[in-house]
Design a binder for this molecule. Structure first.
Ligand code: C2E
Ligand code: MG
Ligand code: MG
Length: 608
């Protein structure tokens, strides 16, 4: 009986144990599953943190244990195990922001609150990273603080992009100088300061001379290099407290604060001009440019940015008009000049109607024989019976585009007159006519000239058009048109040669018949050895390329003698004659040749 009972108990016990094993198995499976899920979640968390460039740390307040995730170690560029304390984390925080971060954590512990700050890291490699740092401190149910958890997000890329955007909004990407936006900010600030301390501010508006020609002739990469070198020179010519900016293209500004007197500003302008006019070595090219500067003062020349800029721009144009490589202060006279310009423009428009234009003719002679070869036609404007200087009105005609109809009139009159003189016995008389870039750009010059030659009956070889170097290298003119004029048989002369930007490559592109040496070289002939050398070189170059050379502005016998020695072909200048109206020119020609010798009195003197 007892034995039976024992067996029954044992059976029960076995069943209970079996039940327990089943439960344990179930529990085991559940735990395994849970562990897997945990592992999976951990992997997921790692992945998420990696994607978000985020790592985390945990600081146990009871054990003082500091743990960080692999992702945080990756951000900090350290081995996860070598980061055991909060202090070592602080060591990798940028020194300027270390105490701020530490104080934020202490405060979060004491006040049991969270914080969110942005700060920099300075890693052992010296690399700087930007971090967004969230932290929360947790308490147990009894209110006792257990741990703090931090989330660290690497926002370096974002910050760099933000910085880049801010940079682009304020700085010129090529030169690194402040752009127009930042310049205006700085000028505004300078004006406010000056308003408070009663000092003056000077604004220098600087434009490189003939920069466009460099770009056109040598290409934009060389132009960019030139701008970089010019920027360097500008920076070295001013004080650190002065602001240089690039407004665009070849336009720069310099703001000088705390101005004591005009001399101080003039000196800065002089330094800038000297620095900028030194030759630029760019690769294998040696490039020459200069600058023109307009200067205004706050408050005398304008009380706001726009006015100061506008007036400085006008002063800069005056500096250009006065021969470039120059600076000019804005004065009231300039204001008057601007108004004068406007008046001149409307008077010139009237002039077209009232027929106040006329031509003067200046003879060109062959140096060895004294023979007259032809004349240059020069435009004159005589409103109300007084002649206006061409330097004043031709630029206005060019600026306003009036040069197009007026220039056509010049060509017509010049060709008609030359033809008349040919018919009167001077059968091979040649006429030279100045043609502006706008005429080549804005008209079908080939058809215009063809028609004029046809109407006047002048053969194309007796018409020479004079273009300046800058016109020839102007990329906006039609090169095709010039080729057609060549084919037509019209002669081409380069006027004022040696004063423009001389990339001589265009001499090969066009068949140039004549080089006219600018009078600035002739003026100092036999007085200045550099001018002698340049004149000799131009003549040699022209002859090598099969061109004729005309010396402009010959005023003395000595100059003529030097030119003869240098084998210059022709001369034009006051020594021979001033430009004259048509009727005077006819009388002059009649008197020029001595009937008996066939040459002029001047020539008899010259060849004696
Ligand atoms: P340019 O073509 O170089 O003309 C020569 C200038 O030098 C003329 O000035 C002439 O009077 C001056 N000149 C000649 N010999 C001497 C001399 O011995 N000494 C000095 N100091 N000067 C001398 P002008 O007539 O005042 O003309 C100035 C400029 O105006 C011309 O320079 C030319 O660029 C432009 N121009 C004249 N007529 C026209 C025209 O019909 N169309 C265009 N587009 N421009 C013109
Ligand atoms: Mg000329
Ligand atoms: Mg000339």
């Amino acid at each position: 009986m007892n034995k039976d009972l024992n067996i029954a108990d044992c059976k029960k016990e076995i069943e209970r144990l079996e039940e327990e094993v089943t439960q344990l198995d179930l529990e085991n499976n559940r735990l395994r599953l849970e562990a897997k899920t945990y592992q999976h979640n951990e992997l997921k968390l790692y992945e998420i943190q990696r994607i978000a460039s985020t790592g985390s740390w945990e600081f146990n307040q009871i054990t003082s244990a500091f743990k960080c995730t692999a992702e945080l170690a990756e951000i900090l560029e350290v081995n996860a195990k070598s980061l055991p304390t909060w202090e070592s984390f602080l060591q990798l925080t940028h020194p300027e922001e270390r105490s701020r971060l530490d104080e934020a954590l202490q405060e979060s512990i004491v006040l049991k609150k969270s914080f969110e700050i942005e700060h920099r890291l300075q890693l052992s490699s010296g690399k700087i990273k930007y971090i967004k740092h969230f932290c929360k401190s947790f308490c147990a149910s009894n209110g006792m603080l257990i741990n703090s958890i931090g989330l660290v997000q690497d926002i370096t890329n974002l910050k760099n992009a933000e910085n880049q955007l801010a940079y682009l909004a304020n700085y010129d990407p090529l030169t690194g100088l402040p752009n127009r936006h930042l310049f205006q900010d700085r000028l505004k600030h300078a004006i406010q300061q000056a308003g408070r301390n009663g000092k003056k501010v000077a604004l220098l508006y600087l434009d490189l001379d003939h920069f466009k020609a460099v770009n056109d002739a040598l290409g934009h990469p060389i132009g960019d290099q030139l701008l970089l070198q010019a920027t360097d020179r500008i920076k070295h010519s001013i004080r650190e407290s002065d602001t240089a900016a690039r407004l665009g293209g070849d336009e720069f500004t310099v703001v000088i604060e705390q101005v004591e007197n005009s001399l101080q500003v003039a000196l800065v302008a002089e330094h800038l001009l000297t620095a900028l006019s030194q030759p630029y070595q760019i690769g294998s090219h040696e490039v020459f440019v200069s600058a023109s500067i307009g200067i205004t003062y706050y408050p005398t020349d304008g009380r706001n940015i726009n006015k100061l800029l506008k007036n400085a721009d006008s002063a800069m144009y005056l500096a250009k008009e006065q021969g470039r490589n120059n600076y000019c202060f804005f004065t009231n006279e300039l204001n008057v000049k601007a108004k004068d310009h406007l008046q001149l423009e409307s008077r010139l428009r009237m002039g077209m109607i009232e027929d106040n234009f006329l031509l003067h003719f200046q003879p060109q002679i062959e140096i060895t024989t004294g023979r007259i070869l032809g004349a240059e036609a020069l435009l004159r404007w005589m409103p109300k019976q007084t002649l206006v200087n061409p330097d004043r009105f031709i630029s206005v005609l060019e600026d306003t585009g009036l040069i197009v109809p007026v220039g056509k009139w010049v060509l017509e009159k010049a060709c008609q007159t030359a033809k008349r003189w040919q018919q009167n016995g001077f059968s091979d008389f040649r006429i030279s006519v100045n043609v502006a870039a706008r005429q080549l750009r804005e008209t079908d010059i080939v058809s215009v000239i063809k028609e004029i030659l046809q109407n006047s009956g002048l053969a194309p070889k007796y018409l020479e058009i004079e273009l300046t170097e800058s016109t020839l290298i102007d990329s906006t003119i039609s090169r095709q048109n010039l080729k057609h004029l060549e084919e037509l048989g019209v002669r081409l002369a380069i006027d004022d040669f040696g004063t423009g930007y001389s990339s001589l490559s265009y001499l090969q592109q066009y068949s140039v018949d004549t080089l006219k040496i600018d009078r600035s070289f002739i003026n100092n002939l036999s007085k200045n050895s550099a001018d002698d050398a340049i004149t000799a070189a131009i003549i040699a170059l022209a002859h090598t390329l099969g061109m004729e050379v005309v010396a402009e502005g010959v005023e003395t016998i000595e100059q003529l003698q030097s030119l003869e020695k240098l084998k210059c072909n022709q001369a034009q200048g006051f020594l021979i004659s001033q430009p004259m109206p048509k009727s005077d020119f006819e009388k002059w020609i009649a008197n020029y040749s001595d009937e008996s010798t066939g040459s002029s009195m001047l020539w008899q003197l010259f060849t004696r």
